[in-house]
Design a protein around this ligand. Structure first.
Ligand SMILES: O=C(O)[C@@H](COP(=O)(O)O)OP(=O)(O)O
Length: 449
């Protein structure tokens, strides 16, 4: 009897150990699943996600301590930055697509997935709260990166300038940034470039030749997207229809909208618990590939030759400032320019940054194997997230020789022609060739056949 009750106690002890082990295992598995599948929101408001969200990607705050200081022989003379505006509400076109999804036959999602702000026409295209926050954070880090340089420059209000396109989202991004860098309002108000004269930030608006080429690029992209859909469409449709209870009529275009909605939910509301639960890192990367078929042809390196020249007026303006800075360093002007996804994509195309950012640089096709696509240099989540930016730092050495360094999204990058991230300015000048001093209007003119 005594022996039996001891073994009973023993059994109970074992049961408790097994139960504790089971609970611990479930907890560990939950934490693993949670950390690998659920995007997180950091206390600073920067949205971290393991999804690739194309042009709706939130800006991922870098670890600025990884930027190498310049050697003591190099003196910073000027900085020039080009930004895409911060996170914005969907444009009218995106809102129309989102409405279509909300009205899909049989759609069964919890009420909090339907977000009235994403289809509120009064907000279309406007800078959103997180867009303001992104710009504030970037401006604060810019102050930390150049503390004495910017403080010295701001003593002469003419030597720091802010320029934006005419769109509210770019203008407000510029004003937010300026408010942090120059809280006492020493500098001039942001210069807003009227759309019909803007050849440097919203350059596509006034370029007939690009408009014409865009038709061809869009047609070619459409053919490749059809190939993509024929390969991946059925699996994607089955997956999404099942998850959403949609009975019929779900197309890959709808799934592309679901993906865009996930991007907005993360970038605008730090909300990973709705549409984003439909995607995992691989599915989001696949949807980005589908988007990039088009972006890489319409704005990027796999479209018309004019894509490689669209940022020439911008580089002409940048080099006008660089050359006057080299002639008269104490009066160098540092400029912060605020534009669009197109601005940065055209800059990237002119500089062939895809060759810096990846090892796979064949044109993106609908049949591209995922294993290759993973290594491609043209990825919109990397080159064109909200608030994306490219900086050019100009230095002089002890012999007055000019050097430059490029920063993409606050991380130093090195052109293949350079042996170090601090590189002779001649390399950049040679790379740009006749893009410096180009006649943008004549490049954009359609000559009669
Ligand atoms: O050209 C535009 O309307 C958007 C790109 O829109 P998407 O094609 O990415 O939706 O550029 P933005 O002003 O947001 O930088």
């Amino acid at each position: 009897m005594f022996g039996n009750s001891l073994s009973g106690a023993e059994r109970a002890r074992k049961r408790r150990i097994y139960a504790a082990l089971a609970v611990a295992t479930i907890f560990v598995m939950f934490m693993w699943y949670y950390s690998s599948h659920k995007p997180t929101v950091s206390p600073g408001g920067s949205r971290l996600t393991n999804l690739s969200l194309s042009t709706k990607m939130p800006y991922l705050t870098p670890n600025t301590t990884t930027i190498r200081p310049a050697s003591s022989g190099l003196e910073l003379v000027q900085v020039q930055y080009v930004y895409r505006h911060g996170a914005r509400y969907p444009t009218q076109g995106d809102m129309a697509h989102i409405k279509e999804v909300y009205e899909l036959d049989g759609l069964s999602v919890s009420r909090d997935w339907i977000n009235a702000e994403l289809i509120d026409g009064d907000k279309a295209g406007l800078l959103a709260k997180y867009g303001y926050r992104e710009m504030t954070g970037i401006a604060q880090r810019t102050m930390q990166r150049y503390p004495t340089f910017l403080a010295d420059r701001l003593r002469n209000p003419e030597s720091v300038r802010f320029v934006s396109s005419e769109y509210q989202r770019s203008h407000m991004s510029a004003r937010t940034f300026q408010g942090v860098v120059d809280p006492k309002n020493h500098t001039k108000p942001v210069t807003v470039l009227p759309l019909n004269k803007d050849t440097i930030l919203a350059m596509k608006a006034g370029c007939s030749m690009w408009e014409q080429e865009k038709e061809v690029a869009t047609y070619n992209a459409g053919r490749e997207v059809a190939v993509f859909d024929s390969i991946h469409g059925q699996k994607l449709r089955e997956r999404m229809s099942g998850k959403l209870g949609v009975k019929s009529g779900m197309t890959v275009a709808h799934i592309s909208t679901l993906y865009t909605m996930c991007g907005y939910e993360i970038s605008l509301f730090a909300q990973p618990d709705t549409w984003c639960t439909l995607f995992d890192p691989d599915t989001s990367a696949l949807m980005e590939l589908r988007n990039d078929i088009k972006y890489s042809r319409v704005y990027g390196p796999f479209g018309a030759n004019i894509n490689k020249r669209m940022a020439c007026a911008l580089f002409t303006a940048l080099f006008r400032d660089i050359d006057s800075a080299l002639r008269d360093p104490p009066n160098a002007i540092s400029t912060f320019r605020f534009g669009h996804a197109e601005t940065i994509m055209f800059v990237s195309t002119l500089l062939s940054l895809e060759q810096v950012l990846g090892t796979e640089n064949s044109p993106i096709t609908g049949a591209m194997p995922f294993s290759l696509a993973r290594h491609r240099g043209f990825k919109t989540s990397v080159i064109a997230p909200f608030s994306t930016n490219l900086g050019i730092e100009l230095y002089k050495d002890q012999h007055a020789q000019p050097f430059f360094r490029l920063l993409l999204n606050e991380r130093a990058i090195r052109l293949p022609e350079c042996t170090d991230e601090f590189c002779s300015l001649d390399v950049l000048r040679n790379k740009l060739g006749d893009n410096i001093g180009c006649d943008f209007n004549s490049i954009c003119r359609i000559t009669p056949q």
